[in-house]
Write a protein that binds this ligand. Structure first.
Ligand SMILES: [Mn+2]
Length: 322
């Protein structure tokens, strides 16, 4: 039996009544959109009781998603028959710990290269563009119709994880899925205006600081910049504002690799690495215990301050880029 068939069996089993859905901290459109589409599948087609728990509030730009207000932020997780963890390399990635879980069965669904295979069923396929693509396949496998609410979630997941259908994870068959979702009733323009068309003034302050601190190395092939705690506080910059900073720098002419650094928690700095497609970054990220895809990867580093973090990593990146 394939992993997806095993998951279908767990869902079809009437003994499994309560489901908990988790995803990674600082959730993106794929995590939130995918989780809500999965919630609708379980609730509306199988009469399950479903909880979605997140360590972070839903970003403003995803609040238009149907049932986004049902996502719970409590520290204490409810007891469940089955827990499904979306796009998280390990339990810790969810911001909860294994001890927080009170569940009989654990399912791990992910499309990232790096995954610890920590569950009873591990459906991990790095060739998938988004976890939302995998959840689309789960609907199909179970022979269930995707309703409009679920279609919007899946669409947002694919839209954001493919960088508006531009990344190398785009495949011809994704357009078939998109066509189906739009035919179901996804309002493309409405989604666009919510997800991309509402940049805050604080975003402009962020971009200004990002560009002020940007440096180029390797004949302009490497762009690196950061944002420090002080600037974040001074201009009230949100996590949302910083989203896509590494992509922004990668898109500069001649740049092959971009690196963006931001504080994650006191003394921990998060690196986001992007490549235009010639230079692979996943090995570099795993050498710092991170992960991701070939051309989009990341990791965290513990140091005293952000400039130390930059100085530790910069020579290693230069080695890969030069
Ligand atoms: Mn994803």
């Amino acid at each position: 039996m394939t992993e997806i068939e095993q998951i279908e069996k767990v869902i079809l089993d009437e003994k499994n009544k309560t489901f908990l859905i988790l995803f990674h901290i600082n959730p993106d459109g794929d995590a939130i959109g995918g989780a809500l589409a999965l919630k609708f599948l379980l609730e509306r087609h199988f009469n399950k009781t479903v909880f979605v728990y997140s360590n972070n509030a839903v970003p403003e730009k995803y609040k238009f998603l149907p049932a986004s207000e049902s996502i719970n932020h409590d520290k204490n997780l409810p007891k469940s028959d089955v827990t499904i963890v979306l796009e998280s390399a390990n339990i810790a990635r969810t911001g909860y710990s294994a001890e927080d879980l009170d569940t009989k069965f654990l399912i791990n669904i992910d499309h990232h290269q790096t995954n610890d295979f920590y569950a009873d069923i591990n459906w991990v396929e790095s060739s998938r563009a988004a976890v939302s693509e995998m959840l689309y396949l789960l609907y199909k496998g179970l022979g269930k119709n995707i309703d409009k609410d679920a279609a919007v979630g899946l669409y947002v997941g694919i839209l954001t994880d493919t960088g508006r259908f531009q990344y190398s994870n785009m495949k011809p068959e994704i357009y078939d899925i998109l066509k189906e979702l739009v035919n179901i009733g996804v309002d493309i323009n409405f989604v666009y205006r919510n997800v991309y068309g509402r940049k805050a003034k604080t975003y402009i302050s962020f971009i200004k600081s990002l560009l002020d601190d940007m440096e180029f190395y390797c004949d302009g092939k490497l762009a690196i910049s950061y944002i420090d705690e002080k600037t974040i506080d001074e201009f009230n910059i949100s996590v949302d504002d910083m989203d896509g900073a590494a992509d922004y720098m990668r898109d500069i002419e001649n740049v092959e690799v971009s690196v963006f650094i931001k504080p994650n928690e006191p003394g921990v700095y998060k690196f986001s690495l992007r490549s235009k497609g010639k230079i692979e970054l996943d090995k570099l990220a795993s050498s710092f215990s991170g992960g991701g895809h070939k051309f989009a990867a990341g990791f965290e580093l513990e140091t005293d301050n952000i400039l130390d973090a930059k100085n530790i990593v910069l020579p290693k990146v230069i080695e890969v880029v030069k």
